[in-house]
Design a binder for this molecule. Structure first.
Ligand code: ZN
Length: 345
């Protein structure tokens, strides 16, 4: 089994450039479906809008799941201000300053698009002086300045914009020296690792040890992505989501990390130990961490009342929920571990 790192990177860059904020993920899901179609892996949409594919296994006695989420941080139009600019309501949790100055696209409910920029109100240093640096960044102090001639709410409404329209932040994808810099590596990097692992098995060709459901969830950032979409006899779920890098963490941008505990408590110790053994047997350096402020789609399935073992692995992502960065080495290691897991009896 060999991971095609060029394919992995190309797929990831394409997916990053496809907007899919939580709640408006159809384009991202279609991008993944198209890649699976090309790999001759049939898939279907759930009623909730997730994408599910089943890889027939050598055995069907203990079906497995592998999940990664395509939905990303973003925003919705909360209201239109008297000056014609937009107030945002966050999709997912992030610091407001992480989006200041970012270009964005408003997708209107009439299927049009309007470009704009997230700006501080009173943004001009030459008018407002030191207050520009001192102002607290929050929902009221930031607004979307639209790239259209509007100075009042009526003119903005005439552009087709309304409350609830989705706002996608530009990802600003850049690849340099093996690094991939972009917003939304959480969790499009994880999606790319899962698809690259599936491709490696198809290329070989090899069948998974157990029938395995590949699940691409579309509501993780709001806490219930993988709560549904699996068969009732599912035995375990491998969640693939980014590893959080920071002070005190062992995670880095060059390796895969096993998360043993996060805000939702410990993951399944037996499952963790099998993954550790798989990594060791295949000379793959697996980092181990606890993420202090984190929850995952594996927990979403647990909280939905499903009786399964759950583990969480993922590539190391720097500056999570900001302008993120990872390295191809981390992606390839994660895809390899997913592949070894699929093949492990
Ligand atoms: Zn995530």
């Amino acid at each position: 089994m060999t991971i095609d790192s060029a394919y992995l990177t190309d797929f990831l860059v394409g997916l990053l450039q496809t907007p899919s904020p939580t709640g408006d993920t159809a384009q991202g899901i279609a991008f993944i479906k198209s890649a699976l179609d090309t790999l001759s892996i049939p898939s279907h949409l759930t009623r909730k809008g997730a994408l599910v594919a089943t890889l027939p296994g050598q055995s069907q006695t203990a079906p497995r799941g592998v999940t990664a989420h395509v939905d990303t941080l973003g925003a919705m139009v909360k209201d239109i201000r008297p000056n014609g600019r937009l107030t945002l309501s966050q999709l997912g949790g992030y610091a407001w300053n992480a989006i200041e100055g970012e270009n964005a696209t408003v997708s209107t409910h009439e299927r049009g698009t309007v470009r704009g920029t997230v700006q501080l109100i009173n943004a001009s240093t030459h008018v407002h002086g030191a207050a520009v640096g001192e102002a607290k960044r929050d929902a009221s102090s930031l607004e979307v300045r639209l790239d259209a001639r509007t100075v009042n709410a009526e003119q903005t409404i005439a552009l087709g914009i309304g409350v609830g329209d989705f706002v996608s932040l530009d990802p600003r994808v850049e690849t340099v020296n093996g690094f991939i810099k972009s917003r939304h590596l959480d969790d499009k990097a994880g999606v790319a690792c899962v698809v690259a692992a599936a491709k490696a098995l198809q290329d070989a060709p090899l069948a998974p040890a157990q029938t395995t459901i590949l699940h691409f969830s579309n509501y993780e950032e709001v806490g219930h992505g993988a709560a549904s979409g699996f068969p009732p006899d599912l035995c375990e779920l491998l969640t693939v989501d980014m590893a959080a890098i920071g002070q005190g963490q062992t995670s880095d941008e060059y390796h895969c990390t096993l998360c043993v505990k996060d805000s939702g408590g410990p993951y399944s110790v037996d499952f963790n130990n099998r993954l550790r053994r798989l990594a060791k047997d295949n000379a793959l350096e697996l980092k181990t961490d606890i993420y202090p402020s984190y929850s995952s789609d594996g927990e979403a399935l647990w909280r939905a009342g499903t009786d399964v073992q759950v583990a969480l692995i993922g590539p190391g992502v720097d500056a999570s929920h900001g302008y993120e960065r990872t390295h191809t080495d981390s992606l390839v290691d994660t895809a390899r571990l997913i592949g070894y897991y699929l093949l492990a009896g």
